[in-house]
Design a protein around this ligand. Structure first.
Ligand code: CP3
Length: 351
């Protein structure tokens, strides 16, 4: 049962905003909306491992729609993870809940592990999750598929978990540039097929997460990430699949990002929406409420949401989101207040 108002318009609304059109209200979804802040999620998770949940299309699609049923988000992001792409190459992947990959990418010989594979065969469970989600939601909501950017997946393979371990991908890139290029190229080719597969299964929009790219200088981004993103986004564009990109800490990369053929860019909370608007216009923008503020009193959540809505009131194609994933201690009443605030706001009317 999908109880919230304007349900039947959510999917069309979301798609119009991705196309940069002005609409009657601002659509909303949030990164990690199907996650640990939800008691229903924690209940399922107490009985099953994360990986077991992701690989069971019935369970994964049930978890995908939990936040839709509960809060009335306009789009459902499939319950999965960016790192499953490493398993078919022969890497072992465990979650606890942080991902652990074995062996880590450390020597040049390991680049031979990166042979082409067909995601429709090796990552079939992901298209089944998309299909099962579409069946649960019908036409009412948009479905979002995703993958990790080649640079970010490569970084995790090298042992990156955050800024502190960034020296690891740098070390591999500096010591073995040819092998790194082969790995990144192979990841790009498979990622494009992987996203096309999710679109064929029913995803309305696919988002590439380049979380780690914000740690690069602009020149390094242009060298180590952008060529592979370009390959993916050009491929999606020629297949007419709406596509978007998220980078954590993207402020210094916006000029480069503006050269990519994206439908939408998801802005982190440290990057001012005004700067992103000026640099990326007319691309659809998403963002960028600081997820840390979602813990605070709900009045402050509302105030910050209204500030963002006012700032973007004249920007066609704006979609509300957080600047990164929602944090596990976020109170549900704050999420409810956020969705109500965004739904009540009429585009073009300052409040
Ligand atoms: O709701 C959604 O957004 C859809 C599902 C989703 C997950 N991961 C589920 C997940 C998505 C889109 C991702 C993307 C992802 N995964 C990214 C890019 C976005 C970002 O957060 O920067 C990255 C870097 C990963 C890799 C990853 N997976 C990490 C670093 C972690 C541990 C950190 C954490 O949040 O605990 C995971 C595990 C993970 N992925 C969980 C979930 C719900 C927690 C698993 C659990 O319940 O134990």
């Amino acid at each position: 049962m999908h109880t919230s108002v304007e349900t039947s318009h959510s999917r069309a609304l979301f798609k119009s905003n991705l196309a940069g059109q002005k609409t009657s209200r601002v659509p909303i979804w949030i990164m990690r909306q199907a996650g640990r802040y939800l008691p229903e999620y924690r209940e399922v998770r107490s009985r099953m491992g994360f990986e077991e949940m992701c690989k069971d299309p019935e369970v994964a699609s049930q978890v995908t729609v939990m936040p839709i049923d509960k809060f009335g988000f306009d789009a459902a992001v499939i319950f999965s993870d960016i790192l499953y792409i490493v398993e078919p190459f022969g890497f072992d992947l465990r979650y606890n809940p942080a991902p652990k990959i074995a062996p880590l990418l450390e020597n040049p010989d390991q680049s031979k592990m990166f042979e082409q594979f067909d995601p429709a065969e090796k990552l079939a469970f992901v298209s089944e999750v998309v299909r099962a989600t579409r069946i649960r939601l019908g036409d009412s909501r948009a479905v979002i598929g995703f993958c990790g950017a080649p640079f970010t997946v490569f970084s995790f393979l090298c042992g990156y978990m955050g800024a502190k371990e960034m020296y690891r991908p740098y070390a591999y890139l500096m010591k073995y540039p040819k092998e790194a290029e082969h790995i990144l190229t192979t990841l790009a080719e498979i990622s494009l097929e992987y996203l096309k597969m999710q679109a064929r299964a029913g995803a309305d929009y696919v988002q590439v997460f380049d979380t780690a790219a914000g740690e690069l200088s602009e020149a390094e981004f242009r060298r180590f990430s952008m060529p592979y993103l370009k390959y993916i986004f050009e491929g999606l564009k020629s297949s007419k699949i709406p596509s978007g990109l998220y980078i954590k800490n993207s402020n210094h990369l916006l000029d480069a990002v503006s050269e990519l053929p994206l439908s939408s860019f998801c802005v982190d909370w440290k990057t001012p929406l005004k700067t992103a608007s000026e640099k990326l216009k007319p691309v659809s923008l998403q963002g960028n409420l600081n997820p840390n503020l979602m813990i605070g009193p709900k009045e402050k959540v509302e105030r910050e949401a209204v500030r963002i809505l006012n700032e973007m009131a004249d920007y066609p194609g704006f979609i509300f989101n957080l600047g990164h994933g929602i944090l596990p201690p976020t109170p549900e009443e704050n999420v409810r207040r956020l969705v109500a605030t965004v739904r009540a706001f009429r585009a073009g009317k300052a409040q």
